[in-house]
Design a protein around this ligand. Structure first.
Ligand code: FE
Ligand code: FE
Ligand code: ZN
Length: 281
């Protein structure tokens, strides 16, 4: 195989954008994920144009795949509390503004938890936030992440993801980020029957919407509706199943992002293992 696997991991944004690009290069990654702000969702750091331009140059020179900005995971666009929803709206608006400095990359968010209001109301509220924040001029693709279904999470079923997408006016700016740990926990058997999972996704959502893939092993059994990431090959998915994901013909070209419980050196080792398994020399 002559293709290079597009793989990276979650990196800390604390030392700026260029630093993340340099870290990625150092560990043989060709992309990375980062939080736009700390998990509590406080104010994003001021934009340093020189830093961003330097990252874009590094990405061009080294043929990076799109990088993935991740919304704070505490964001909940379908909370029952209007203040929490307003906060989600404000953060997403501000994040989309920042993403304009990084055009043609991706922004990923968790659809949210309906906290007892029911999936239908949850979906209504998510659609409302997306319709109010996704403007015609934005150049980023906004990805909904497939969730494990813990608690009252929306987005653990492909049908829910599709309902949201179909009701957003500017839906051409929407895509999906799969997460292997979440899929398995949600009852999609990516270990025994990856083909069927991808076929089902294709029928309900459409594989053309799939833009990114979080690659994680899981600490918990199939269909557990838990969300506990494990190191690659150390969990209930196992290395073989994860290698089948990165090698699947329908997933070629999709960038993979590790969110395993690791420091940077652990990510470096997982990237090495996966590049070797993919057939790179
Ligand atoms: Fe996530
Ligand atoms: Fe994830
Ligand atoms: Zn997760």
């Amino acid at each position: 195989m002559h293709n290079r696997l597009n793989i990276g991991c979650h990196l800390s944004a604390a030392d700026g954008y260029l630093h993340m690009g340099e870290e990625a290069l150092r560990i043989d990654a060709s992309t990375f994920q980062f939080f736009t702000r700390n998990p509590r969702g406080s104010k994003a750091k001021e934009i340093n144009m020189d830093d961003i331009k330097a990252l874009i140059r590094l990405m061009d020179t080294n043929h990076f795949a799109p990088i993935l900005a991740h919304a704070p995971y505490t964001l909940n666009p379908c909370s029952a509390d209007p203040r929490v929803r307003d906060f989600a709206l404000m953060v997403m608006e501000d994040d989309f503004r920042i993403m304009e400095y990084l055009p043609d990359n991706y922004y990923n968010f968790h659809p949210g938890s309906h906290v007892g209001q029911g999936v239908e109301i949850g979906v209504d509220l998510i659609v409302d936030v997306l319709n109010r924040t996704i403007k015609p001029e934005i150049k980023t693709t906004v990805l909904l992440e497939t969730m494990s279904g813990k608690g009252s999470e929306v987005g653990s079923k492909f049908e829910e993801i599709q309902t949201i997408i179909s009701r957003v006016e500017l839906s051409d700016k929407l895509g999906v980020c799969m997460d292997s740990c979440h899929l398995y926990s949600a009852g999609y058997d990516v270990v025994k029957d990856l083909d069927s999972v991808l076929d089902e996704f294709d029928h309900i959502v459409g594989l053309n919407r799939l833009k990114a893939f979080h690659l994680n092993d899981s600490m918990t059994p199939f269909a557990s509706n838990k969300d506990r990431h494990e190191k690659i090959g150390k969990g209930t998915l196992g290395l073989d199943a994860i290698v089948r994901i990165i090698k699947h013909p329908k997933l070629q070209g999709i960038p993979f992002y590790l969110e395993t419980p690791n420091e940077v050196e652990g990510y470096q080792e997982e990237i090495r293992i996966l590049r070797t398994a993919f057939g790179e020399n």
